[in-house]
Design a protein around this ligand. Structure first.
Ligand SMILES: [Zn+2]
Length: 415
């Protein structure tokens, strides 16, 4: 049974039928999916959710897919783990990592949004799907389009990490490299989706696609024992994820599934592309577009589609926006790996480094519970840390060589 009601403009409140529409026709603002919360509250007890398989679809009443999902049956319900060693390094008491670096099938949180978008694409009757992407979305659309039997066209900036290009082409997707930045690629995609009857997951399917991000928030609340953290640090590219985690916590409160406690939302970006954190710091929601220049390609969106709303969530919840330099990002990736054994991609390095900065400058209260959103896997951005890792020369297979090279060094270092 579906609890989907209609789409509603976030700006002017105009409502629309459930159709593949990119934005409000009056004011071009993004649209929001509206559900019949009253009926969900009456008909779906929390225990029913708990009895289901551990995937993102256990929250299906709160997703815009009416039938069975077409793809992504095993996506979601990634681990939320306590991180005591990183907590100690950062100087906080209660720290958790929500680890979408191990999401299925392509090791990033984008698998959630694509599972919803392509299921919706099937319901709308699209046979060809596509996206503009900074990498992770490309990988996920390519993989899940293959699994769902769709044709796919993936548009990316030409300077993307080689790992992410290979992780797209391997699935048989048509990869279109565009010499331009993400914002230019995205504009091209908008034109294409207007001309051809294709399901572009982050253009004409964007309203549905972004709903998939809510499951990241639902899982955090459920895995914390049906409560919300006091603080959450979220990396921002287009700015959608942070707004959708906020929506997710709000929906759970509306349904009476969790207590109405408050969470402060902290947004994280790289200094080389920080339009949202800059706006939040200036106390405004108006985004001034930037030309990205950072190793954090997955967050390099200079004109973020949901930047306005992301900055709003940050300010309204009493959080903050903060950004970090590329060397700090690498340091963040390393300290996460060395303390907790997680290898996150550059966006994860941003999150950890921003959390450190917020704690050091007294913005984030170290005595409160905090969740860090880890959204992608480090194996996809090896190049970003290559220089930080020292190259080892081989030894001969001799005990003496080993002792000479390593144990003497070790002894010298610990003397
Ligand atoms: Zn409108």
């Amino acid at each position: 049974m579906s609890y989907l009601k209609f789409l509603e403009c976030r700006q002017c409140g105009q409502t629309y039928q459930i159709e593949p529409i990119a934005a409000c026709e009056n004011c071009w603002a993004p649209l929001e999916v509206v559900y019949d919360y009253k009926r969900i509250r009456a008909e779906v007890p929390r225990t029913q959710v708990e009895s289901r398989l551990p995937t993102m679809w256990r929250y299906k009443e709160l997703l815009p897919v009416t039938g069975e999902p077409a793809v992504g049956h095993s996506t979601g319900f990634t681990p939320l783990v306590a991180a005591p060693r990183l907590a100690k390094a950062l100087g906080v008491r209660e720290l958790y990592l929500k680890n979408d670096a191990v999401n299925f099938p392509t090791l990033s949180f984008k698998d959630r949004v694509v599972a919803v978008a392509l299921s919706k694409a099937r319901e709308f009757g699209f046979e060809t799907v596509g996206c503009s992407s900074t990498g992770n979305l490309a990988n996920s659309v390519a993989a899940q389009a293959a699994a769902g039997g769709f044709k796919s066209f993936i548009f990316v900036p030409a300077d993307l990490e080689p790992e992410k290009l290979i992780n797209t082409q391997i699935y048989g997707a048509t990869l279109v490299k565009v010499s331009g930045n993400y914002d230019q690629v995205n504009r091209l995609c908008s034109e294409i989706s207007q001309k051809y009857s294709w399901g572009m997951v982050n253009v004409n399917l964007r309203t549905y696609y972004s709903e998939g991000s809510k499951t990241f928030g639902y899982e955090i609340a459920e895995q914390l024992g049906w409560r919300v953290p006091q603080n959450i640090v979220v990396p921002m590219a287009g700015g959608s994820l942070i707004t959708k985690i906020h929506k997710a916590f709000g929906e759970f409160k509306k349904l009476g599934w969790i207590e109405p406690a408050a969470t402060r939302f902290y947004g994280a970006q790289a200094t080389g592309c920080s339009p949202i954190t800059t706006a939040a710091r200036n106390g405004t929601c108006e985004i001034v577009p930037q030309k990205p220049n950072t190793i954090v390609k997955s967050l390099a969106i200079g004109n973020p589609a949901d930047g306005f709303y992301a900055s709003k969530v940050i300010q309204e919840t009493g959080g903050a926006g903060e950004d970090v330099s590329d060397p700090e990002v690498v340091e963040g990736i390393r300290s996460l790996a060395e303390t907790e054994g997680f290898f996150a991609e550059t966006a994860g390095g941003v999150t950890v480094a921003v959390a450190r900065k917020l704690i050091r400058n007294g913005t984030l209260n170290p005595d409160e519970s905090t969740v860090l959103a880890i959204t992608g896997n480090g194996l996809k951005t090896i190049g970003a840390v290559r220089e930080a890792i020292s190259a080892e020369e081989a030894i001969r297979p001799k005990l003496a060589d080993f002792e000479d090279r390593y144990l003497k060094l070790h002894a010298a270092a610990s003397a």
